[in-house]
Design a protein. Structure first.
Length: 137
């Protein structure tokens, strides 16, 4: 079962990735990659609340998603939860490794992205920075 971690510990893990993470209030994160696209995953807080992740149903490649709207599903042994798009755009890729081994979301929430998004509009400015998100969880 996923071990509950303090937010301070989980953010130390986040900082070691070298990426700048932004968060939605729905506990998804977005990190801009070198090509201008954004990687999207779920926060350490979210995976801790879910428990052992056993299934991920992300949006499809080519699918348009809207900021703060449901675009997928993540299931654990305890419950299922919607995945919310942190930005508006078109899905460019799915992390097949995460689909094949969904437990990686529990083990490495900030390096296990679920999908890659090409943004079609702004929106990053309304996401939460690390300090603001940490204060809310």
């Amino acid at each position: 079962m996923a071990q509950l971690l303090s937010p301070k510990f989980s953010f130390l893990k986040l900082m070691s990735t070298g990426l700048k993470y932004l968060f939605s209030k729905e506990h998804t994160w977005a990190a801009q990659s070198g090509d201008g696209s954004w990687l999207v995953g779920v926060s350490d807080y979210a995976q801790n609340m879910l428990g052992d992740v056993v299934f991920i149903d992300p949006p499809k490649v080519g699918q348009a998603v809207s900021q703060f709207e449901v675009c997928g599903l993540i299931e654990s042994v305890k419950t299922g939860s919607d995945i919310y798009a942190p930005l508006t755009g078109v899905v460019q890729a799915i992390n097949e490794d995460a689909l094949a081994s969904p437990e990686k979301v529990n083990d490495h929430p900030y390096t296990t992205w679920l999908f890659k998004l090409e943004p079609s509009a702004g929106g990053a400015e309304v996401l939460l920075d690390q300090a603001t998100y940490e204060a809310q969880v």
